[in-house]
Design a protein around this ligand. Structure first.
Ligand code: APR
Length: 243
């Protein structure tokens, strides 16, 4: 196996020569901005996993607990800045006629870095959606009070994110699939590739003949399937890979 250097040169060549590039990111790209990932070093909050809280059932059972978790995440994200990995993707976007950024992250850091139109597969943590009238509002307060927040119609609001067992926004998913299917290169950054349908985009791209490149600090279930798996931190690898 070539060490990163040789692999990196090869991957950089694929990206340089491509006109249509798709990127799929996960929580790992925001780790160097100080935002904990879901599954690294047990990624727990008060001993809860994301799977325990990010579900309609958990919210129905204890909306206040779920909101305390989101409030904690909102306050961390409010103090975070996009890092060199986010910025490298913004620079790449400027050079590619066909570029699509697809993210599982709800932290909004890609948009804050300057990415033009990231496809938010799992929604946006700064959006609150009414559980009764469905009205969605942007609310960037780091600390919502009281919890749970209440809509103008009087009903409780929920986070505007996609929970386990819920379907992804149809139009966003259609665009993401389309991008994965037509990409010449799919760059997969900072995701454990465990959560579907997002992780399925890797296979969609591969089956359509794209070169697939992974950037991850650790091995994942797709490391052996992609054409090139670069080990390391995205904040360090992406600027070099995309320079
Ligand atoms: N650079 C690159 N990769 C990193 C870094 C880093 N600095 N730090 C961590 N990683 C990698 C980890 O090795 C892991 O593979 O980021 C990945 C983070 O995995 P998860 O915590 O599972 O996050 P993600 O893949 O985005 O989760 C997918 O699960 O909980 C749901 O909806 C939630 O969108 C989320 C989805």
């Amino acid at each position: 196996m070539m060490e990163n250097g040789g692999l990196q040169q090869t991957a950089a060549g694929w990206i340089r020569r491509a006109t249509r590039v798709a990127v799929l990111t996960g929580a790992g790209i925001s780790a160097e901005s100080g935002i904990p990932t879901f599954r690294d070093n047990n990624g727990l909050w008060r001993n809860f996993r994301a799977e325990d809280l990010a579900t309609p059932q958990a919210f129905a059972r204890d909306p206040r607990l779920v909101w305390e978790w989101y409030n904690w995440r909102r306050s961390l994200i409010a103090q975070a800045e996009p890092n060199a990995g986010h910025q490298a993707l913004v620079a790449l976007e400027q050079t590619k006629p066909g570029f699509t950024l697809i993210t599982q992250n709800v932290d909004g850091l890609h948009a804050r870095a300057g990415s033009r139109d990231p496809l938010l597969l799992h929604g946006d943590i700064w959006t609150l959606r009414c559980t009764r009238c469905g009205v969605a509002v942007e609310d960037h307060r780091a600390n919502l009070d009281p919890l749970p927040p209440v809509c103008g119609c009087g009903a409780m609001q929920r986070p505007g994110v996609v929970w386990f067992g819920e379907s992804l926004p149809a139009e966003v998913w259609r665009k993401a699939e389309q991008a994965a299917r037509s990409a010449e290169v799919l760059l997969v950054v900072g995701t454990s590739a465990l959560v579907y349908p997002a992780a399925g985009l890797i296979q969609v791209a591969q089956q359509a003949g794209a070169k697939t490149i992974e950037v991850n600090a650790a091995e994942t279930p797709v490391s052996g399937q992609v054409d090139c798996s670069l080990r390391g931190r995205s904040g360090e690898i992406l600027p070099r890979l995309l320079e």
